[in-house]
Ligand binder design. Structure first.
Ligand code: AMP
Length: 380
């Protein structure tokens, strides 16, 4: 029997951003201690943790000491080196485990996993040279997106290729890295399912969220999404299949492209809490962060019921361009919740916080969320 980690236990979090912060807030509310590990000091997770460990992920002595002091380890960011996870796993269980992380850390491995298990994804080909890129443009077709296989997120390491004549320039841009060439999808919607799975294999989800991106970065999430019931059902069943095939213990998000004809393609998977699930912090009986806590501690999952329609809007550093946003103006909307991540430097494109608006209908929630965000800079 696997040991259950009860309140009073200590959770180690690799990574120290906003996802770890919201996880730590929920964990501490339930009486757990939280230690975070990352190269950063004064971090969003560190602010609300019992201990903030600062060091490179490659410092194996520090990783070992960190792992010895906690009961279980989870992560809030998937680009943690495999060797770090292996070292940590010698001293405490890591959930989701190293095999899950290994699969998703590389787009080619991720695509191969999806393809092999029969999950729908955009046509793709592996690219390791300009010659392979030229060949892939013929099999995959144009337009296409060249993506570096490793270390990509929020559209980083991606180049769109509209015509074969752009291949050489695109290859230069990715600086010879191993890549995946993927067909450019003319989707009508982007959507996601955030799901949890516990040690006994129980599955839980928050339904199909509808996501809007700006410049490749998530901008708005609607919960529930406005897609037809059968589309949501299919997305949930694909997600269930993925978490079972990958043998997940924890939380995982599947991002989808939804085409005009309502067919679904998996864009990518992230074995952690996700930006599109932030809304659940405020509008669900059990949030994605509490589900992660329950799953990694070997506890039963909570009820994931959506209590009220809600919309989340991200607050990027760009909002600070002309000074501090007008928080009071946004909080004048009574159903709006403000989340700030405690980051001191507001850079363009940096996720600084989000707003959640709740209402009786998703359209009213959307209207309120957008108006509250506009109010932040109306006086600038
Ligand atoms: P990713 O980092 O792969 O999730 O990509 C970030 C965003 O880029 C996605 O949410 C889409 O808006 C866009 N994108 C990525 N891949 C494709 C594709 N194959 N076709 C169309 N848009 C894409």
């Amino acid at each position: 029997m696997q040991r259950v980690i009860l309140p009073g236990g200590t959770i180690g979090v690799l990574g120290s951003g906003q996802l770890g912060r919201m996880f730590a807030l929920k964990a501490r509310r339930m009486g757990y201690r939280v230690h975070t590990y990352s190269p950063d000091t004064d971090s969003p997770t560190g602010h609300v943790s019992d201990e903030e460990w600062v060091g490179p992920y490659e410092d194996m002595d520090l990783v070992r000491n960190f792992a010895k002091r906690v009961d279980v380890i989870t992560y809030e960011f998937e680009n943690i080196p495999g060797a770090t996870i292996e070292k940590a796993a010698e001293y405490a269980p890591v959930r989701p485990n190293d095999a899950v992380l290994h699969t998703v850390q590389n787009r080619l491995r991720e695509k191969t996993f999806l393809d092999k298990n029969g999950f729908p994804c955009a046509p793709y080909a592996a690219v390791r040279s300009l010659d392979e890129l030229m060949a892939a443009l013929i099999t995959v077709g144009c337009p296409a997106v060249l993506k570096t296989a490793g270390w990509g997120y929020d559209g980083k390491g991606q180049v769109k290729i509209n015509h074969e004549s752009e291949a050489e320039a695109a290859w230069k841009k990715v600086e010879g890295a191993d890549c995946v060439l993927e067909s450019f999808i003319n989707f009508s919607h982007e959507a996601s399912v955030v799901a949890a799975r516990d040690l006994d294999g129980e599955f839980s989800h928050f339904g199909l969220m509808e996501n809007q991106h700006v410049d490749h970065i998530l901008d708005v999430t609607l919960c529930p999404g406005r897609l037809p019931e059968h589309v949501a059902h299919e997305a949930i069943e694909i997600t269930r299949g993925i978490v079972e095939a990958i043998d997940l213990v924890g939380v995982l998000c599947v991002e989808f492209f939804v085409k005009e004809n309502h067919s679904l393609l998996v864009n990518e998977i992230a074995p952690r809490v996700h930006n599109s699930g932030h809304v659940t912090f405020d509008n669900c009986t059990t949030s994605q962060f509490e589900q992660q806590l329950r799953a990694v501690c070997g506890l039963p999952l909570g009820d994931a019921t959506i209590l009220r329609p809600a919309v989340m809007v991200n607050l990027l550093g760009d909002l600070w361009a002309n000074g501090e946003p007008d928080w009071a103006a946004a909080l004048a909307f009574p159903s709006v919740k403000l989340h700030l991540y405690g980051k001191t430097e507001a850079r363009p494109g940096r996720k600084m916080g989000h707003l959640t608006a709740m209402a009786d209908s998703i359209d009213v929630a959307l209207d309120q969320a957008l108006k509250a965000r506009e109010a932040l800079t109306a006086q600038h």
